[in-house]
Ligand binder design. Sequence first.
Ligand code: HEM
Length: 522
Amino acid sequence: MVFVRALTRIVLYVVHVAIKCLSAVVFYRQNKVSSAAAADVFHNQLNYNGPKSFSEIPGPRAIPFFGSQWLYIWPGPYSLEKLHIANQDKFTKYGLIVRENHLWNFPIIHLYDKSDIEAVLRQPSKHPIRPELEAQSAYRRSRPDRYNSVGIVNAQGSEWHHLRSKLVPQLSRLSPLDAIRELCSISDELIRKIKKDCQSSQALDNFEKYVYRYGLEATVAVLLDQRLGTLKECIPPVAARLMEATDKLFEVSHDTMYGLPWWKYIPSKPYQELINCENTIYEVFADFVSKAKQPDIKTGMNENSYLDQILAMDDVDDRDKLVTLIDLVAAGIETTGNAAIFLLYNIISNPSVRKSVYEELDEIVPLGSEITLETMQHLPYLRACLTESLRLSPVAPNIARILEKPFIFQDYYVPAGTLVVCETWVACLQDSNFDNAKKFIPERWLYGETKSSPFLAIPFGVGRRMCPGKRLAEQEIMILTAKLLQNFEMVFTEPVEQVYKFLISPKGPVKVIFKERSSLNT
Ligand code: HEM
């Protein structure tokens, strides 16, 4: 039986490969034909020698089936862990537009020019298309008992529009007062934990783990009005399961998205792990939701939490509510954590910036004083540091879209349906776009000094698919940073390296020495 199953899979695989090869050939021919035809049309209409065809776009050499993927396999020059650096290198080698062929020679266009990026992101679209996480969508589609859709991050078209228009507006109705109170209380808990765990050595060997716990605790507290207890001495089993699953989810999403797609034919290890993470997260949240439906066991203090608001809606499928909740929490943990670590690192490793941040904090929220909605509005320098840190060390280095109409970029014809990646981070590092672009200069965001394109420093994306968690993320990061710097002088004992794990993350373990500020002054 096992043998027959294995044989069937091999046959299916071979058939699939054959179909892919055939479609790759057809795709090429069509592209050549369509781009040549388009070039002709333009030539006739505009009477000039262009545009050039899609296949002429420069880029790394592609081989049959594997496209340019060989570059990422040893001894190739690139690694998936440094995908953002590879994309920077392609710009240096090939210029403002680069064509790279993914597996089966599926083309991807990288754009580095600010006008091209702006043209893509400004394009009015009712339902902008961002490529999905194929493996996650495949699993969710296979479980209609649990999922009515693939979720807001993966969905497209009217399915996406339904989720976004029904289940996102509630986020902007959350009370900032409640959120700030909750975030301050979680930050205080984190600080107590750091003080306790640092007692003997004054140092933490894995600071990133503490920050991710804060991210998970904070996002769940604000959205579900529930405290998980991830910062407690003894972590409740549910919180521990959730922490492990959300930690792993990004790693396995990266592996299934960028690795060879074996999961389509056999239950490969990354796919199996992805399913395990999905199942754990689903079960934990399903339990939260079912408890929230019973008013007698409500534990939180907030009467208008995100969860309460969506549960009160009658015209949305319960499965859509649950998957949106899951996607919001999952999208909010490592993103916020990574951005907070890079911000702290950028501040601490620039002495003049560090001095100005401490001066601002000591004046507006000195040690022992509470951070409030009002004081938050009087921290312009810290806010400028956050904007600058997200420009220089973003969590998402690019914004991907599938073109809904043909474009001409850098005089090359690019047909509708092409996957384009707007390489905003690389563009942000060019002196032609920002003065002293590679330097951390928060002042550029103060006094209206920066006159760059509004489509370059866009850490949360733009348009209708823009990140709905922007306000919450900014609050979480600002409060965490202000509280940590109020309480400590921090020293990163080693440079924090950036690695690509679906997002740009700090390469762990991140080692930090903490000196309590109260004792410094004595
Ligand atoms: C520093 C923290 C964060 C960063 C840098 C970030 C960045 C992004 C980016 C770049 C996108 C894609 C936007 C586009 O395609 O135009 C996105 C989408 C998304 N983010 Fe965030 N995010 C952060 C925090 C959060 C938080 C806290 C939440 C939840 C409360 C969240 C939920 C989402 C969701 C659900 C989407 C998909 C939206 C859609 O497709 O309609 N993010 N985020």
